[in-house]
Design a protein around this ligand. Sequence first.
Ligand code: FMN
Length: 225
Amino acid sequence: MQVQDAIMSRRSVRKFLPKPVPMDSLRRIIEGAGMAPSGNNIQPWKLYVVGGAKKDAISADILDAITNGNRDDYQPEFPYYPTKWFEPFKSRRQETGFGLYDKLGIARDDRAARNAQMNRNYEFFDAPIGLFVAFHRDLATGTYIDIGMFIENILIGARGEGLHTCGQAAFTWFHSVVRKHLEMPKEELLACGISMGFEDEGALENEFRVSKLAIEEFTTFLDVE
Ligand SMILES: Cc1cc2nc3c(=O)[nH]c(=O)nc-3n(C[C@H](O)[C@H](O)[C@H](O)COP(=O)(O)O)c2cc1C
């Protein structure tokens, strides 16, 4: 696959087939991720890959925490999103969120159905493989840039293998549960989860398409012919 084809065909998939991910594909994707650039080549990433019983145990414990736990005990360790949304980001966020719910026939005020769809995150959207990206918490803000590159290499690399993905900040709320299952050292901070597998092409979830800005809306060309 050409690089541009891989980039243009990447999108967040939220329903996967049970078909297993071949181990050689997985290894190539991870090898590609490890080739990501990082300031001073510090390569700050740590990656955990889960399948089978380990993945199921993480799902079960998070869903149990949602049902029986106190939500205040489950908060992210770093703010991925602003505490107060403002324009133009507020509208873009709403358009994306409501777009998915509309596609699934979930009414905007149907909190139970929205929560149920949110909880699909913790079932990895049925993907056979879950990945967790972490890094040392004492590193600086620049590390978030490096980690983003690493994550994007995974998402694009997956396309090269005919696979799809969904990045998942949702797991950061339950980092304590994930940490326990992965035996993550306490100095590591969970950046996000990623679901990976073959797309269920018949699923409504996967019919949803987000809108993207035209390049003129975010690019300033100066003295460029
Ligand atoms: C780091 C990161 C975290 C994300 N977290 C979630 C998540 O928790 N749940 C989810 O359904 N989608 C999540 N997404 C997917 C975004 O909603 C998606 O990328 C965005 O709507 C743009 O759509 P596209 O990926 O199809 O281009 C995440 C994406 C990224 C990059």
